[in-house]
Design a protein around this ligand. Structure first.
Ligand SMILES: CC(C)(COP(=O)(O)OP(=O)(O)OC[C@H]1O[C@@H](n2cnc3c(N)ncnc32)[C@H](O)[C@@H]1OP(=O)(O)O)[C@@H](O)C(=O)NCCC(=O)NCCS
Length: 374
């Protein structure tokens, strides 16, 4: 048997999927065959969430039913709310959201049921409740009263309402909605692969999503949107951006929000998100970050030929919206639950235990010495 090692599973095709695809010739990412750029132009986030979960865009009737169900499942149990209120105020919100999904598994009547029907219902409940948990911790940490979800507001509007007790300009809400559309799904990235690996032992959807959240937290994956904003804040002003990046590259630092395992000539989601980031900056009259953005992008391209990924425009967009930096990856979770769930259902429908091999480089077989001989 060949023992060639492919560290990071680089270039290895491990399974089939119908959920999403990166089409290099079109410079596009597709969800269920639809270009994400087109979905951003023509759909609300809820339609895309339905598409990712169910495989087809919804009819009006299907969408209304989906929205009704999502809205009526938004409330968290008193136990989970109480847990959130007792969590340390300095916890990372990703750890909070991961714990909350784990807590949801204790209460869900279908946790153990891996049938397609139950998985879809559980996915919907986690999808509906996670923003409530994120916003509840956001407010609790600031010593503010938790705001209950509304049944009358869209997914994004309701999130703003629960976070800030007000809904911003509709263009701002649209920019947020766009970020959710762009974050919904991205084939076999590390968190999705984690979810599929957990599922492959015939474990359940709550467990797989909990594990996926832990995986998304890392700065080489979802955590990059937070790291981008820390970097931009450290740079501080556009005049400092060029020397900052020259210095960082001279020190061989990894620049957050740049590079991608799959896209080598640019992340197809970036032009759309960049457009909305610049729009938000204009609306809010905050032009510092677009300027820093342009300089970093230009320098990375000219010096390293490395393009930005979607986290690069997302970080400052959320910052300008007034969201605390450590909440950016939990927002990513709120959307990616749809992609993870679709993959978990796909894995359950055609499962094979994921169990790779390793090349052993430890000690050769040796004798165990008794304790008094060691
Ligand atoms: C995403 C990422 C992990 C992809 O990694 P990968 O596929 O393993 O690519 P590699 O790390 O092999 O990168 C190839 C080369 O580009 C360089 N490179 C890649 N991304 C870089 C970055 N963000 N900053 C500086 N150099 C970078 C690497 O140092 C490497 O250079 P070398 O060949 O001289 O050693 C990597 O680009 C990265 O760490 N980016 C920053 C984190 C980030 O934004 N993550 C979100 C992804 S959506």
């Amino acid at each position: 048997m060949s023992e060639e090692i492919k560290k990071g599973l680089l270039g290895i095709v491990v399974d089939e999927t119908t959920v999403s695809h990166v089409v290099p010739e079109l410079s596009a990412l597709t969800y269920r065959g639809y270009k994400v750029q087109d979905l951003c132009d023509k759909c609300e986030f809820e339609e895309v969430a339905y598409l990712v979960l169910h495989g087809e865009l919804p009819s009006k009737k299907q969408l209304n039913k989906f929205i009704r169900e999502e809205r009526s499942n938004r409330k968290l149990s008193k136990t989970i709310i109480k847990n959130i209120q007792q969590m340390p105020k300095n916890a990372h919100p990703m750890d909070v959201v991961r714990t909350c999904v784990s807590l949801m598994s204790l209460e869900d009547k279908d946790t153990k049921d891996n049938s397609q029907k139950s998985n879809m219902q559980k996915a919907l409940r986690i999808f509906a409740q996670t923003p409530t948990a994120v916003a509840a911790y956001f407010r609790t940490r600031k010593g503010k009263k938790i705001i209950s979800p509304s049944k009358k507001l869209s997914f994004s509007e309701n999130f703003f309402k629960m976070m800030f007790n007000k809904i911003p300009d509709k263009e701002i809400v649209r920019a947020f909605d766009i970020s959710l559309i762009l974050y919904a799904e991205h084939s076999f990235n590390v968190s999705t692969f984690t979810a599929r690996t957990i599922t492959s032992s015939l474990s359940d959807l709550h467990g797989a999503i909990t594990g996926a959240i832990a995986s998304l937290k890392g700065p080489l994956h979802g955590g990059a949107n937070e790291a981008v904003m820390h970097m931009m804040k450290e740079i501080g002003k556009p005049e400092k951006a060029k020397s900052w990046i020259e210095n960082a590259l001279a020190k061989k630092k990894v620049i957050m929000g740049f590079g991608h395992r799959v896209y080598r000539t640019g992340d197809s989601r970036v032009p759309t998100m960049k457009h909305y980031m610049f729009k938000v900056a204009k609306l809010l009259n905050k032009n510092k970050y677009p300027k820093i953005y342009e300089i970093l992008e230009r320098e990375m391209l000219s010096k390293k030929n490395i393009h930005p990924n979607v986290d690069f425009p997302c970080g400052p967009t959320y910052y300008m919206m007034g969201i605390d930096i450590d909440f950016y990856t939990p927002i990513f979770v709120m959307s990616r639950i749809t992609g993870w769930s679709a993959h978990i259902m796909e894995q359950h429908a055609s499962n094979k235990l994921i169990r790779p091999l390793s090349k052993y480089k430890g000690e050769q077989v040796r004798e165990v010495m008794l304790l008094n001989q060691r």
